[in-house]
Design a protein around this ligand. Sequence first.
Ligand SMILES: [Zn+2]
Length: 282
Amino acid sequence: MYHHNNSFYLLITKKKNPIIFGFSLFPCRCGRLQGDVATAEDETSRELSVSELLERANRDRNPDLDEPILIGGDIAIKSEAERNADPCTARGCLWNKWTDGKVYIPYFIANQYSSREQAIIIRGLESFSSMSCIRFRPYQNGDYEWLSIESRNGCYSSVGRQGGAQTVSLARSGCLYHGTVQHELLHALGFNHEQTRSDRDNHIRVQWENIIEDMKYNFNKIATLNQGTSYDYGSVMQYHKYAFSKNNQPTMVPIPNSNVPFGQATQMSQNDIDRLNRLYQC
Ligand SMILES: [Zn+2]
């Protein structure tokens, strides 16, 4: 009986949240189901790209009432009116740099995680130190803006600094991979998905006819600031070629050579690092 009620609730929720549940038509390429994500991390992350992991983790997302709407698979917004805005250009969402040239960003990790899961998150946070002037550091009394890293429903983040506490959701089941942590942190630092770049039509052809109707907005271009870096098929922010497909046909095809590897990153690329350094003038 409980199970029956639960299923019914899920059905209602799906109707109310088409934005989130558009993943359901995508074929599952996962080799294993969730349940022991921590021990599966190394093996699975070699098999699946970040974008595939994100899609899998958010596919059957069942958000709590206080959780945000997601766009682009994993970008949190407060209302649908914001969906195509680039918050960075509209609100100045860069994090502040200190006089020593470093950008300190406080984080708080919820006590939901095992020590191994915490280690994955911290490894992701600290990976930025060796390649940029970004320094994630633990929350301290008096901090007035910080990342609140929590295991909510799915993997998601806002784009850029929001002020106050901002949630970066890294669900225990599905999101605890090095590249996934980096992907969500890059959102929090102000980056959008690669396929929304202003110049993407020179590098990918969007196959609109293959995209789930309700998901087409995810392919709208954004007036992104590209930091003089080239379009990068290997960016950790590039979704894979079947993302949001309604018919198992590609939704994005690289041009001119449709056979180049595409959307398969498992961690930040050199381009991701370069543009981060340029955005923050590291
Ligand atoms: Zn994303």
